[in-house]
Design a protein around this ligand. Structure first.
Ligand SMILES: [Zn+2]
Ligand SMILES: [Zn+2]
Length: 275
């Protein structure tokens, strides 16, 4: 084939952004199968081979290590990105630039958003990516996030239905790749990534990016000394096991001090002695 025909041989690229916070894996569903289900649903729509990259994004700090490991080992890239639509739009710009540099053929890429967050599935923001055909999936209990005006998506799926309709036995293992957006670090093992999310260094970075009021984080948990990026992330924190354990510990501590003040004194003395 003459004159630039080579580009036709390159499979088109598809980028999938899966918001783990608003579209979690249903309780009775095998997390290892999500990767295959998304690919299968897309292939039924696109009808010819494309290279599909799936990115699981959101606030990953409070998602169980077990689940993160399963998702990561199935070949999905993990990205801790707690800033909702702001995070997503940055990824879309980077990804679409990379795809277009590689392909030199406009209109051959696909974007899929899996989210019930209106800052992510946002018609105005997505208009900038008009060269890409777009798909979306929304959680059943939230419903379509964009309803009025011009059609943005080629097809909209219900998240839970997409999974059940495309389920097949699967356990494709892949090299894990995990990214913390706010610290700008990449990990090749899910364990290292999880350790990072719980580290002091990660929390320090978080203190540096959260919105402030008079020099103090606007959303802050004094029990855990934890700052949040916005109200949604604060509620993820407040509902987490970590937070509720700390809260229960603290309340128990206060109770025992009230009941038994001399224990308090004893603790103080032994603390001083151990110094
Ligand atoms: Zn980090
Ligand atoms: Zn807390």
């Amino acid at each position: 084939m003459a004159g630039g025909g080579g580009a036709w041989h390159q499979p088109p690229s598809t980028g999938v952004w899966w918001d783990l916070n608003t579209c979690p894996v249903p309780a009775d569903f095998d997390p290892l199968c999500v990767h295959r289900c998304i690919k299968s649903a897309l292939h039924k729509q696109i009808r010819f081979p494309t290279t599909v990259a799936i990115y699981a994004i959101g606030n990953l700090e409070y998602i169980s290590s077990d689940l993160l490991e399963k998702i990561s080992s199935s070949g999905i890239v993990l990205i801790h990105a707690p800033c909702g639509g702001n995070s997503l739009i940055r990824f879309l710009y980077e990804w679409s630039d990379a795809v277009q540099d590689e392909q030199q053929r406009p209109g051959s890429g696909y974007i899929m958003l899996i989210s019930g967050d209106s800052t992510m599935v946002n018609r105005c923001r997505l208009q900038k990516f008009s060269k890409f055909s777009k798909f979306c999936a929304y959680p059943e209990d939230v419903g379509p996030v964009t309803t009025q005006g011009e059609k943005v998506f080629v097809k909209e799926f219900v998240w839970e239905t997409l999974l059940t309709a495309n389920a097949s036995p699967c356990a494709a293992m892949d090299e894990p790749l995990c990214i913390c957006e706010i610290c700008d670090v990449v990990y090749k093992t899910c364990n290292d990534f999880i350790t990072h999310l719980k580290s002091e260094q990660h929390r320090e970075t978080l203190f540096g990016i959260v919105p402030l009021d008079y020099g103090k984080p606007r959303y802050f948990c004094p029990v855990c000394n934890y700052p949040a990026y916005d109200e949604f992330n604060m509620s993820l924190h407040n509902e987490s096991k970590d937070h509720n354990h700390k809260l229960a510990d603290k309340e128990q501590d206060c109770e025992s001090r009230k009941r038994n003040p001399q224990v308090d004194l004893f603790n103080e003395i032994s603390k001083k002695q151990s110094l």
